[in-house]
Ligand binder design. Sequence first.
Ligand SMILES: Cc1cc2nc3c(=O)[nH]c(=O)nc-3n(C[C@H](O)[C@H](O)[C@H](O)COP(=O)(O)OP(=O)(O)OC[C@H]3O[C@@H](n4cnc5c(N)ncnc54)[C@H](O)[C@@H]3O)c2cc1C
Length: 187
Amino acid sequence: MEVDDHMRTGVPNIYASGDVVDKRIPKLTPAAEFESNYIAGQLLGKSDAPIVYPAIPNLVFTLPRIAQVGITVDEAKKDPESYRIIEVPFGQINEWVNNRELEASHTYIIDREGHLAGAALYSSEAGMMLDALTLVINCRLTWADLEKMIFTFPTQTYSLISGFIPLLSPPGSGSSASIYTQMSDSL
Ligand SMILES: Cc1cc2nc3c(=O)[nH]c(=O)nc-3n(C[C@H](O)[C@H](O)[C@H](O)COP(=O)(O)OP(=O)(O)OC[C@H]3O[C@@H](n4cnc5c(N)ncnc54)[C@H](O)[C@@H]3O)c2cc1C
């Protein structure tokens, strides 16, 4: 079903949300919920702005999980001026905390301003870690924001966040030369 940027169908006063909508974003339960909440906001007069989707995480429930959010690796490869791709052998670096899952692998996509723009993960706990990265992307959290926070230790999300914080640091600050950058350069 076709809708406009306010989720309105061609029939006056009829809106549509969820899988029935002809759309390019992933057809997932949280996306349907997001659209329904948006429509409720319209009906209650809370906002008249067009719908704007955040970065939507995608998770394939295989073992290990395959996860992706934001700018994809293919999109980043087509635009090397705008994006840096950092591949991290996450399981090898964090062998103990990652339950000896040596094949676990992460790819981060960093934009020109030093924000996390996308991520692709392959790991048993990719879903949990993807949610943390989705927050970082949607809130455009910076190196400076994350440096002010304290996370639980030792956990996989701690390893994840503390590992990529230096990648977000401003160019020329010296901090960007993390172990991840060095490993990625040698791949
Ligand atoms: C096998 C499978 C696995 C999935 N796994 C995930 C997952 O892990 N995570 C995730 O986020 N998404 C998953 N999805 C997608 C997710 O289920 C949908 O995106 C979500 O259910 C969409 O919600 P919806 O309300 O738009 O549609 P639906 O949940 O399909 O609800 C539509 C309802 O309308 C009813 N209906 C249809 N026609 C009529 C009619 N003429 N009159 C009255 N009622 C009617 C249907 O019976 C149904 O109950 C999965 C989908 C499938 C098929």
